[in-house]
Design a protein around this ligand. Structure first.
Ligand code: PLP
Length: 228
């Protein structure tokens, strides 16, 4: 079943976007099943869960942190995390840089942008993102790379609204990607990824230019508690 769902989604994506299987709350056996079906990118939203699961699975997996990251927990994922989708402050970026340096790594990050019509979601406004990308402090951050943006659309049935939110994020992405930043262009800032779309809205997201979709329940079934 897991394999069927993955193959179906991969067929639909047709190489336009990469699939990140969102494995939060799911047991190792299910992750192994997704791995055996060819999935190599897993997304978790909690540091502790990711750190517990990572050593139990093959080493050629990519681990994507998709949930809010508390600064003081960065050190636990720094040795292995592939992409942090949820950077929402310079302070966090500086901590990721510091921890990445300990392992001689450059950690790729996305800026999470607030696009939903809801009060509970994290993220930067467009202005705040520009401010961060303009910050002279970026000059000294040689162990992080900002490779794009991430956003969560409003949890609604209104497809027109979802499409509009994704379209707005893509427009911001295109604008920021085309800008020449004074403190990191081509090195610390190299836009190539736009992370948008989940089980309920990944088809719309791909049509609007997503390069990374984060899909959980459509692969693994519903989670019994709301962990968003
Ligand atoms: C849980 C989660 C997802 C996946 O949600 P589904 O609706 O199960 O596909 C995607 N992105 C983030 C940030 C999440 O926390």
């Amino acid at each position: 079943m897991i394999a069927d769902a993955i193959h179906q989604i991969q067929t639909e994506l047709a190489g336009r976007a990469q699939l990140i299987a969102v494995t939060k709350t799911k047991p190792i056996a299910m992750l192994q099943e997704a791995y055996d079906a060819g999935c190599r990118k897993f997304g978790e939203n909690k540091v502790q869960e990711m750190v517990e699961k990572q050593p139990q699975l093959p080493a050629d997996l990519e681990w994507h942190l998709i949930g809010h990251l508390q600064t003081n927990k960065t050190k636990y994922i720094a040795p292995f995390v592939t992409l942090i989708h949820s950077v929402d402050s310079l302070k966090l970026l500086q901590e990721i840089n510091k921890q990445a340096a300990k392992y001689n790594r450059v950690i790729d990050c996305l800026l999470q942008i607030y696009i939903a019509d809801e009060e509970t979601k994290f993220g930067l406004s467009a202005d705040e993102a520009e401010e961060l990308l303009n910050d002279p402090a970026l000059t000294s951050l040689s162990n992080v790379r900002i490779v794009g943006l991430m956003g969560l659309a409003t949890n609604t049935e209104d497809e027109a609204q979802i499409r509009q939110e994704f379209r707005g994020l893509k427009q911001l992405y295109d604008k920021l990607a085309a800008t020449s930043w004074p403190h990191g262009n081509g090195e610390r800032i190299q836009f190539s990824e736009l992370s948008m779309g989940m089980s309920g809205d990944y088809r719309i997201a791909v049509e609007e230019g997503s390069t990374l979709v984060r899909v959980g329940s459509a692969i693994f079934g519903a989670r019994n508690v709301s962990t968003l």
